[in-house]
Structure formats: C-alpha cells, structure tokens
Design a protein around this ligand. Structure first.
Ligand code: PA5
Length: 449
C-alpha cells in the first residue's frame, strides 16, 4: 500500500542538507529518550507504543459500545476540550460527507460536540436541537475537572435526565476519564456509567489513539481498525531501529528546528481540501501546547486553500519573512467531477473543459508552493494517497512522534502545559471560586473595582 511521503526539497534554498543531517545524533538520543522513557516528561510518553499495544479485545469493546449507542440514538454529543476534543473532531470531519446533515440515510449517529467553548448561545441552540431528538453523551475529561466540559456536561446531563429519567439517562452516558482520579471518575462510578480509561501516561493531545479518539470515531461509523493500522505502520516507520534518513518524523522535526534557528518562527499548515480543516486545529494544539514554553517555540498557524489565498495569501507572499509552510496533499479525491465545455465561453474557462476539478486544485497547489518558495517561504510537503482512516492514523502518529522529537530538540518538555493555568487562575478569582479568596481580592484591586 502507498504510504505517507515527506518532501523537504523546497526547504533547501533556506537551510542546507548538512544542517538537517547535523541533527542526526541528537535525534537518535531523543528517540531513545522517548522510547526508553528517560527524557523530560517521560511519565507522559505512553503514547509512543500505544498503537502496537492496542489489543483485539479492546477494539471489540470499543466497537461494541459504539454499536450499542448507534442502536439506541440518532445523535451522540461528545463533550470535551483540547486534547479531549480535537483529535476525534479532526478524524470525523475529515472522513464525513461535507453535507452529512442533509443526507437522509445515515447508518451511524450524527456526532455533535460540546464543552469546547463557554458559549451560552452554542449550548442553548444545542439544547433546542436535542429537545426533539434521541441522544446520548460521551463525556471526555482526563482530569475530570476541566471547567468548559464540566459545565456542558452538567447542562446536558440535566437535560437528558429530564428528558428520559435518571435511570435511562445513565444508560446513555459514557465517561472517558482517568482510572482513579477526578470528579468525572467519581460520578461515573457512583452512577454506574459505562466508562473507559485514559491511560495515566498518555496526555490529552497525544490521546487520539486512546478511547478519547477511538470511541467517538467508531461511533461515527468509521473504521478504528484501519485508523489503528495506519498508526501502527507509522510507529514502525519511526522506530528506534529506523535510520534517520528513513524516519519521516525525525526528518520533519529536524527540518522545522533548522528553519526555526534560521529565523523562521511561524509554521503555517496549509490544506487544499476543506475536510482537513480540523486536522489543522488538532495539529496547532499539538505543537502550540507542546512547544510554546520558556519563551521559545515555533508559532503554529493554519490556512485553508485556496480560500485563504484570497486573504492570508498576500501576507504569506509578501509579509514579514519569518514564515515557513507545510502542506498536506491528498493524491486522490473520493469523487470525480469534470468541468464541462461551454459553447459561449463567456467565463473564458474553456481551456479547462474536460479537466477534473482536482486537476485545477493540484495546479493551484503546485503554483502556490512555487510562488511562496520564490517569495521566501520554505515549504515542507506531506503527501498521502487519500483521506481515509488508515492515512489519518499515519498522519496523527507521524505528527505526534515528530512533536516529541522536536520538543526535545528545542530543549523543552513537550508533555506538560504549565502556561494554561494562568487564565484559569484569573477566571476562578473573578468568579469567586472557593479557595481563591486572596486572588479575588487582588484581581479586583488590579482592575479598580
Ligand atoms: O493536551 C492537553 O493535555 C490538554 O489540551 C487537555 O486535553 C485539555 O486541557 C482537556 O483536559 P481534560 O481532558 O483533563 O479535561
């Protein structure tokens, strides 16, 4: 089977092959640290061999729960934020029909998401929809105490219990959380919810191959077997025994570090297929939360082409020259659509008659890469044969492995996120959460109230 390919030929005007291969020794050492659990944050590296550790029984159990949900309801609301949301959203969005809500016959339940914002309108409108539907809830939180999903869960649990009664609601709530700790674990045990465990040594943004990603993806009717297979392939391709030159995660991590040291401190992930929009969101979280520390790190941004060529394209072509670009390109599309000939040719598009829409898209991609490289923006290109479960599994593991290596090359711990506490502290102080009395006093003084 054709596999994911990495092409770095368009970074060489900006860094040399020697600079990239100069990382070889460090990368080997960092790979060993990841595999042998000896680097910073090693207690959170359970994801490294997660794909190959998933058992057949475990897949069966996830699929069985997904089938039960599918038989019971028409909608499943997945509640979570950050790493407990973005992976599942990315995979489901990438494989679903663009207009799935308008398709009459759909075997699997629709997956809706909540808990990733504190939007009163969002939750109110969701409830409006759920008032008339049969639905279930998958609530995901490793800590079990994150404010956004906890609020959404409180609201929806209450709604579901009023809709069908506490006992029946209990059958339609699945909790995915820590084995022992946190409010969600206590609640799940007390109420007897079906639950799945997020392994202690797998952090949120590295947990797509844990039940965090697997259960929502299976519930959406997608093949988690193919998804896991793809990740396993990439686990092998990026293993300890693989030479540096053949390890795509090692090459990507080294290339982006080389570019960073050459002054390129913003990396833009571009797609030419709107199905990959949420994969970009997942990727931004993975790299932003893993690497943005100690006043270091590449800022991860994303664009959706060709739409954003008519907006951000100007900046990328001619703005501050601290950017590099990474493109995910899928060779094949699911459909074929030919541009028809037009007798009048008033739109002057007859030069495209008989061509596929994707032929035009591919030339837009190639033309843009060349233009951006000419404009001073190095380009890394990732090619997958098509957007499906297998190749998304490859991509997810490829990026995770590269992020671990890249974070170590940068000299930070890619598995913690101390900076996300700052906003929470202020928010709790402003909301007068018990235990935050001192902070409340200080923050009110600071803003002059
Ligand atoms: O990557 C991470 O660790 C974070 O983005 C978390 O996933 C996010 O904060 C949600 O945490 P939790 O699953 O504990 O609710």
């Amino acid at each position: 089977m054709a596999e994911l390919k990495l092409d770095i030929s368009n970074v060489f005007p900006f860094v040399t092959k020697e600079i990239i291969s100069g990382y070889k020794k460090d990368v080997k050492q960092h790979l060993e640290s990841l595999h042998n659990k000896t680097g910073p944050g090693s207690e959170m590296t359970g994801w490294v061999d997660l794909p190959s550790r998933i058992t057949e029984d475990y897949v069966d159990k996830i699929e069985k729960t997904a089938d039960e949900l599918s038989d019971m309801v028409d909608i499943v609301v997945v509640i979570g934020i950050g790493g407990s949301f973005l992976g599942a959203k990315a995979i489901i969005h990438a494989i679903s029909h663009n207009f799935e809500y308008l398709i009459e016959k759909k075997k699997a339940p629709f997956i809706l998401f909540a808990g990733q914002n504190i939007g009163e309108d969002y939750l109110s409108e969701l409830i409006e929809v759920l008032n008339h539907k049969k639905y279930a809830i998958i609530v995901i939180s490793k800590s079990g105490t994150t404010t956004e999903p906890a609020i959404a869960f409180r609201i929806l649990k209450n709604h579901l219990e009023r809709q069908i009664g506490v006992k029946e609601a209990g059958k339609r709530i699945i909790a995915i959380t820590d084995q022992k700790k946190g409010a969600l674990r206590i609640l799940a045990d007390q109420r007897g919810y079906t639950s799945f465990v997020i392994p202690e040594d797998v952090g949120g943004r590295y947990s797509v191959l844990a039940p965090v990603g697997l259960l929502p993806v299976a519930t959406a009717g997608l093949s988690i077997r193919k998804f896991i297979d793809g990740a396993r392939t990439m686990e092998k391709r990026t293993g300890l025994d693989v030479p540096f030159e053949d390890n795509p995660s090692a090459i990507y991590a080294s290339t982006r570090n080389a570019l960073y040291r050459a002054g390129k401190n913003i990396e833009i992930l571009a797609n030419y297929n709107n199905k990959l929009i949420f994969l970009s969101e997942w990727w931004k979280q993975l790299y932003g939360e893993s690497e943005g520390k100690e006043h270091k790190g590449i800022f991860p941004a994303s664009v959706n082409f060709t739409a954003d060529l008519h907006s951000m394209g100007q900046y990328i072509q001619e703005g501050t020259r601290n950017l590099f670009e990474i493109v995910i390109s899928a060779t094949h599309t699911d459909h074929t659509l030919i541009i028809p000939d037009d007798e009048d040719n008033l739109d002057q598009l007859n030069f495209l008659s008989g061509k596929r829409i994707d032929d035009v898209n591919k030339m837009a991609e190639l033309g843009t890469i060349l233009a951006h490289v000419d404009g001073g923006v190095p380009n890394i290109r990732i090619v997958i044969p098509e957007i499906n479960e297998y190749h998304l599994g490859e991509l997810i593991y490829f990026f995770e492995k590269a992020c671990g290596i890249s974070g170590y090359l940068l000299g930070i711990n890619p598995f913690n996120q101390p900076g996300v506490e700052a906003y929470k502290k202020n928010m709790f102080a402003l909301l007068e959460k018990p235990g935050f009395e001192e902070e409340t006093k200080k923050i009110w003084q600071r803003i002059g109230r």
